[in-house]
Design a protein around this ligand. Structure first.
Ligand code: 5GP
Ligand code: ZN
Length: 112
């Protein structure tokens, strides 16, 4: 399958990894929108949150816990945000489920 994030998981595309477990990997976004902008993704290919089901959704809990650990490691004591975009209206450009972890500045409060 031609998925850039699957290629990052396999090491076929370089990335700046900051955290990894058996089921997920986290790396710096190539075009950051905040001083800290990390992408956290499951190692299993899931297209987006619209493809979550009873069998594959447990990794989302692991991703949120990873977000907390990464936020601590990057000293985001003042706060941070996790966002997942879904399909066209949600602004998703890469069809492999990913969660943006953003912080290091006062984030825009306009959600939509
Ligand atoms: P989306 O718009 O789908 O929510 O987020 C996709 C994100 O992936 C964007 O913020 C974009 O900058 C990032 N991205 C796209 N291609 C690459 C890449 O090859 N490497 C890294 N590190 N980030 C990427
Ligand atoms: Zn993929």
């Amino acid at each position: 399958m031609d998925c850039i994030f699957c290629k990052i998981i396999k090491g076929e595309i370089p990335s700046e990894k900051v955290y990894e477990t058996e089921n997920l990997v986290a790396f710096k976004d190539i075009s950051p929108m905040a001083p800290v902008h990390i992408l956290i993704i499951p190692k299993t290919h899931i297209g987006g949150a619209d493809e979550l089901n009873e069998d594959n959704a447990a990794v989302v809990s692991e991703i949120m816990l990873a977000a907390r650990h990464i936020a601590e490691a990057f000293n985001l004591d003042n706060g941070w945000r996790v966002v997942t975009n879904v399909k066209e209206d949600g602004g998703q450009t890469v069809r492999h489920l990913h969660f943006h972890l953003l912080g290091g500045k006062k984030l825009n409060t306009e959600l939509a």
